[in-house]
Write a protein that binds this ligand. Structure first.
Ligand SMILES: *[C@@H]1O[C@H](CO)[C@@H](O)[C@H](O)[C@H]1NC(C)=O
Length: 312
């Protein structure tokens, strides 16, 4: 989504140079149950131990969406994620983007998609976050709601620091016995509206659609070369994508343009994997059946209803 107007596409080195001069507001938080207990500290109550551990894991995960913390992940994929957050066998879904199987897949969709200010019309990036709702009744399961606050990151511009539309994510988490995330079920309820405000355009606007197809095709042809080539030319790509439904970001897994605009971001991380997703076939991701809100048993390999429920 960050690349719709990617005339601003930049090399990582430029991005790094850019951010050295910028300032960032880091989130300030304190686990909500602290201060409510008059006794002891962490460790004095076994319930606190796993609640605090799970809260901290979730908080560290969202912290990696805060610009520029996602840059090492855009640059290096899974190697850029600190250990201890995700199991190597992690699976989950982020509706309305799709379902993800395995560590690389999961971390790329969690973090590499966090907006880069240079990649969207509003110079929007996530600049702080707040976990607004959190509950963990057992060590294996937690539920959370996070607000990912966005603002203009454009040092020198009068708008720098101006608050923009935030993203919201509702999630259930399952942890393994080391406290690493093994399964997750997350939902962004306002993605389409957020993209529209970030791009300062209506997704349904034909001019916006035509322009975004041009950009997607130009970037695809630049990144997907050699064995990863999808289209013989920008023109063939534009013709091909113009035949497909445009889609919208509240169902972003279909065989449509919107889906390709999301997966395009990841062609910079692993072109060998992600180029197929933006090509003619959708590569198993932009294929219309990618987003199944209800296929829990296939995804989590548990009987329906067990994955995110504490055992009695
Ligand atoms: C968030 O990330 C920043 C930069 O890496 C780090 O300094 C800070 O301690 C992190 N905060 C949390 C809550 O993880």
């Amino acid at each position: 989504m960050q690349l719709l107007f990617s005339a601003r596409l930049l090399s990582l080195s430029y991005v790094l140079a850019f951010l050295i001069s910028s300032t960032h507001s880091w989130p300030i938080w304190w686990p909500p149950w602290k201060g409510h207990h008059g006794h002891g500290g962490p460790g004095s109550d076994p319930d606190d131990d796993f609640q605090e551990r799970n809260f901290n894991t979730i908080s560290s995960i969202y912290n990696l969406t805060v610009y520029p913390n996602q840059l090492p992940i855009i640059g290096g994929g899974g190697a850029g994620v600190p250990p201890g957050l995700f199991s190597k066998d992690v699976v989950g879904r982020v509706d309305p983007v799709g379902s993800f199987d395995g560590f690389e897949d999961s971390i790329e969709y969690f973090f590499a998609l966090a907006p880069l200010p240079q990649g969207n019309g509003a110079f929007s990036a996530i600049t702080s976050y707040k976990i607004t709702e959190f509950s963990s009744a057992c060590a294996e399961v937690a539920a959370s709601v996070v607000y990912l606050f966005c603002s203009v990151v454009n040092p020198g511009s009068p708008d720098h620091g101006k608050a923009l539309a935030p993203l919201k994510q509702v999630a259930f988490w399952r942890f393994d016995d080391k406290g690493e995330v093994l399964k997750y079920d997350a939902w962004i309820p306002n993605l389409n509206k957020w993209v529209e405000s970030t791009e300062a355009a209506a997704i349904t606007n034909p001019q916006f659609q035509a322009q975004s197809i041009q950009v997607i095709c130009a970037v695809t042809q630049m990144r997907c070369t050699g064995a990863n080539t999808q289209w013989s030319s920008i023109g063939e790509c534009v013709a091909g994508l113009s035949q497909k439904p445009y889609g919208n970001y509240d169902a972003a897994w279909g065989d449509n343009v919107v889906c390709r605009s999301i997966h395009l971001v990841l062609t910079q991380v692993r072109p060998d994997i992600h180029c197929a997703h933006v090509g003619p076939s959708g590569g198993g991701k932009c294929v219309g059946t990618g987003g199944d809100w209800f296929a829990d048993e296939a995804l989590y390999k548990d009987p329906l209803g067990e994955t995110f429920t504490c055992k009695k």
